[in-house]
Each structure stands twice: as structure tokens, then as C-alpha cells.
Design a protein around this ligand. Structure first.
Ligand code: SF4
Length: 262
């Protein structure tokens, strides 16, 4: 689908040519895409068929190919992108993942993926265990993000759109400001300060968070302004020069994709 709600540094009016892949390597209790991340839905595509869809999205005006939750299909996606690039795919290919990936998987994407866009989720192993079932999340994700920077380099632009390199997203969660601050501290010490950092405030209780998560009562509400301000203030104080922030109105189910098979 052409997806029009990504950050302006990724796509403007043309939107992103998004592929949402079925399944996910994590099991986040608050997953906004749970209709496809936890179930076996969607269409089977060969690399050849996926390449045709990529070219079709480019022909519709999509400003990039946005591969959402792609990790577990990496070899087939790499084949598809190579086929599509051989036939004229020229928009940037964006790897939009949860960063719970092995460096050796990412290294096989060199020359295939132009932009790495990890969503860096949790710092604390207990939080990661409780909320996404992966206590080793940060240990693996931090290595993955370093590998992405090594492979694709710092962010680079064509006019005002990201054409290559690394950009990082982080979804700020209610009641978990210290975890967000710890992630920002790590990023400031390990990534160029010009790395585009998108601090997402769009959290809306969904999936298992609707009924309440033991030990995390705040996940049943939205983020409040003073929580978000603390996270943004830390990012500014650390010296990041390319910060993207969201309005309060972004925390709405309106901005959650509706999956017809979900
Ligand atoms: S990583 Fe993203 S898609 Fe996967 S379960 Fe977590 S929120 Fe859902």
C-alpha cells in the first residue's frame, strides 16, 4: 500500500510504498499491528512477485519502498529488491525493523537496503522481557544498530528526503521515561549526533495493553505531555541535531493501519 503517515524525512506527498510482513520476531504486549504480527495472514509472494509490486508502488509515485517488520523474510526480500533494482527500481529501499536482528543477517543486505530505520524499543532487560518477551533485546538491538551504521553509513539526503544511511525511531511509552532516557544516552555515545531520531508519541493502548499489563499499569493510558517533554528535553540536551517530534494528536487509532485480512 502507499502509506502517507511516515516522517517527512522519509516521504512527502507521494508517500511510502509499504510492505507489511506477516509475523514478527517479538511479541510486544502493546503491538499496534497485532492483526498481522501475531497471525498468519496476508498473501504469499515469490521474490519475483514482490519485485513487481515494488515497481508498481514506485510507478504510483511512492517515494521509497518501506519494508515493515521484514527481518524474518530477509533472504527472499534481498532477492526481490535485487530483481526490482535490475528493472529500474530507483527509490530508496527502507529496512523498517525492530532491530532484534543478527549483524550477519544485516550484512547480507549491504547494497540491497539504502536506509536502515530501526525502532529501538527497550533498554532494560526486565522491561524487554515483560513487554516483548526478549530479555536480550537491547544486547542484540544495540549490536544490530551498530552494524546498520557500519553497513549503510550516516544519514544522507537527496534534497530533503533521506536517500541512505541510518535513522532511528523510538516509541515513548507511558510510565517508562527512564527507559527512553537510557536509550537516548546510549545513542548519543554510539551514533553520530546528526542521526535523524524520531521520538514517537503516538502510543495508544492496544492489543494486550487494553486489559492491563501486570506491573505496567501506565500502559493502559496514553503518554502524557510531561513524560514526552522529558524525553525530548534529554534528546536536545544530548546534542542531537536532527530530532523529529510528534504532536499530541498523533496518539489516535486513526493513524493505525487497518489490515483487511486482520
Ligand atoms: S516489534 Fe513492532 S510489529 Fe513486532 S510485536 Fe513489537 S510492536 Fe508489533
Amino acid at each position: 500500500m502507499v502509506h502517507r503517515w511516515e516522517e517527512p524525512f522519509l516521504a512527502g506527498e507521494g508517500g511510502s510504498g509499504a510492505f507489511f510482513f506477516t509475523g514478527c520476531s517479538l511479541r510486544c504486549v502493546f503491538c499496534q499491528n497485532h492483526a498481522i504480527s501475531t497471525r498468519d495472514v496476508g498473501e504469499d509472494l515469490t521474490p519475483e512477485e514482490a519485485a513487481v509490486r515494488m515497481l508498481s508502488l514506485q510507478a504510483q509515485g511512492a517515494e521509497n519502498i518501506d519494508l515493515v517488520s521484514p527481518s524474518h523474510f530477509a533472504p527472499g526480500i534481498a532477492d526481490a529488491v535485487r530483481i526490482a533494482k535490475g528493472r529500474g527500481l530507483s527509490v530508496p529501499v527502507v529496512w523498517n525493523s525492530n532491530a532484534y536482528e543478527k549483524p550477519e543477517t544485516l550484512e547480507r543486505l549491504a547494497g540491497v537496503v539504502d536506509v536502515f530505520l530501526p525502532d529501538l524499543k527497550h533498554f532494560d532487560p526486565q522491561v524487554a522481557k515483560d513487554l516483548c518477551g526478549a530479555p536480550d533485546y537491547f544486547a542484540r538491538a544495540s549490536e544490530a544498530v551498530r552494524a546498520m551504521l557500519r553497513i549503510a553509513g550516516p544519514a544522507r539526503y537527496h534534497v530533503d528526503r533521506l536517500a541512505g544511511g541510518l535513522a532511528v525511531r523510538h516509541l515513548c511509552l507511558p510510565g517508562l521515561v527512564p527507559d527512553s532516557l537510557a536509550l537516548l544516552d546510549w545513542m548519543a555515545h554510539n551514533l553520530p549526533l546528526a542521526t535523524p531520531i524520531s521520538l514517537m508519541r503516538q502510543y495508544t493502548p492496544m492489543h494486550r495493553a487494553v486489559e492491563g499489563v501486570p506491573g505496567y499499569p501506565a500502559l493502559s493510558r496514553r503518554l502524557v505531555t510531561h513524560e514526552y517533554r522529558k524525553v525530548v528535553a534529554r534528546a536536545e540536551a544530548l546534542g542531537f541535531t536532527n530530532l523529529w517530534v510528534q504532536e499530541k494528536e498523533s496518539a489516535s487509532a486513526r493513524f493505525t493501519p487497518d489490515f483487511p485480512n486482520g
